[in-house]
Design a protein around this ligand. Structure first.
Ligand code: EZ4
Ligand code: CO
Length: 403
């Protein structure tokens, strides 16, 4: 089998997505996701200028060799743009291999370890009461795990603390990033109050999660984790930026609140210490950013020997193609923890027909061959790229913050 053509499709059915379509001389094709939210065109150029031309004529069945060729062969290793490009190609190649084998992807990976995948969705509000209502509404839809966020009184609502900004900004043109305001000293005492109120309202059966979006220092995160212990969170997500992996030792020394991390990680080297020293409980790498099915599987297998569970990142800005790849890996992976699933806008569902589906608090892979997700190129052509960015966060004095 030979690769004859690779298309890079940029389309914005409410959000921007970069999709790879690999065609072969045997008529089989594969679909991959290469989206990096806010930097989409850089990955598209990396693919069209530097990756697609050197893959024409190669055997698409040599997935591992192509992965190594693109990773080692670039000389400039790692990084989100390079790794998203590799991921897009890799996901498409696994799709082709599974189609050639006439199997759903999870079968090729080793077969099902479970029938359905536990998911978590997001509830947020301007006030604690609004968030409580949001959590109750999701529970009524059958969700068993819910991430709860609340805005800080006196500050404007910001990404990841208030209502779902992903939903609110869908399709909006942004010439530059929105600048948001952050104040740690107001946030830290607020969040335990949210979860105290939530446990009163929903009891103890529901899994509750919280995302800090990398905004704290280790000692602040240690304090928050300790203050949240009475409410038994499923996890505290992204408490601290992780360039300094050993920073997480400090958090670990002080709290038993489980820690989840890794939605921005690209390779095993971003989390090798976090995993091998058991500084986290859930690793949140995802197919589109961590090297496709090949990269994801390698990291999750490594994590399994350290009691670290999987929790693939799954927001709206990861396309239904990456979600399909994640769900097949989730179905196989022995150390599965949970799958994030923010849901998609209707236009996104239409553009990417998919065999995976949600029912209540779970995702199901479906039994289509390959990863079971396609792209409707005619619909894609109707949704051109829309310039958009993630917001940035500044302290009340203007200092740029992490998030
Ligand atoms: O901020 O996907 O857990 N999910 C998240 C997401 C991320 C965005 C970044 O593009 O934290 O909302
Ligand atoms: Co997150």
């Amino acid at each position: 089998m030979k690769i004859t053509e690779i298309k890079v499709i940029i389309a914005s059915p409410g959000r921007n997505f970069v999709t790879v379509k690999i065609m072969t001389d045997e008529g089989l094709y594969g679909i991959g996701d290469a989206t990096v939210n806010g930097r989409e065109l850089a990955v598209a150029a990396y693919l069209t200028e530097h990756v697609c031309p050197i893959l024409i004529g190669r055997d698409p069945q040599m997935i591992e060799d192509i992965w190594q060729y693109l990773y080692k062969g670039a000389y400039w290793r790692r990084g989100p743009i390079t790794m998203a490009a590799i991921s897009g190609i890799d996901i498409a190649l696994w799709d082709i291999k599974a189609k050639a084998a006439n199997m759903p992807l999870y079968q090729l990976l080793g077969g099902a370890s479970r029938d359905k995948m536990l998911i978590y969705q997001h509830a947020g509000g301007l006030t604690i009461e609004e968030t409580v209502e949001g959590v109750i509404a999701l529970r009524e839809k059958g969700l068993e795990a819910i991430r709860a966020q609340v805005s800080i009184p006196g500050l404007p609502p910001i990404y990841g603390t208030g209502p779902n900004v992903d939903q609110l900004t869908a399709g909006m043109v942004q010439a530059r990033p929105v600048e948001e305001v952050w104040a740690t000293h107001k946030y830290l005492p607020l969040i335990p109050k949210l979860f105290e109120r939530l446990r009163d309202a929903v009891g103890w059966d529901l899994h509750l999660l919280h995302d800090t979006h990398h905004r704290l220092t280790p000692i602040e995160a240690a304090r928050l984790g300790r203050d949240l212990e009475p409410y038994r969170l499923f996890w505290l997500e992204d408490p601290v930026p992780a360039e300094l992996q050993e920073g997480f030792r400090l958090i670990r020394q002080h709290t038993t609140t489980p820690i989840a991390l890794g939605e921005v990680f690209n390779t095993i080297w971003d989390c090798e210490k976090l995993i091998s020293e058991q500084l986290i409980d859930y690793i949140r790498v995802t197919s589109v950013h961590a090297g496709g099915v090949t990269g994801l599987r390698r990291i999750l297998d490594f994590a399994s020997i350290y009691h670290v569970k999987s929790a693939c990142h799954g927001p709206m800005d990861i396309s239904p193609v990456a979600m399909g790849a994640n769900v097949h890996v989730d179905r196989w992976v022995p150390n599965f923890g949970i799958q994030e699933f923010s849901g998609y806008l209707e236009a996104t569902h239409e553009m990417f027909p998919h065999s995976w589906y949600q029912q209540g608090g779970y995702l199901y892979s479906g039994e289509a061959i390959g990863h079971g997700v396609d792209i409707d190129e005619k619909i894609a052509a109707k949704h051109p790229y829309v310039q958009a960015y993630l917001p940035v966060a500044r302290g009340t004095d203007g200092t740029m913050g992490s998030w």
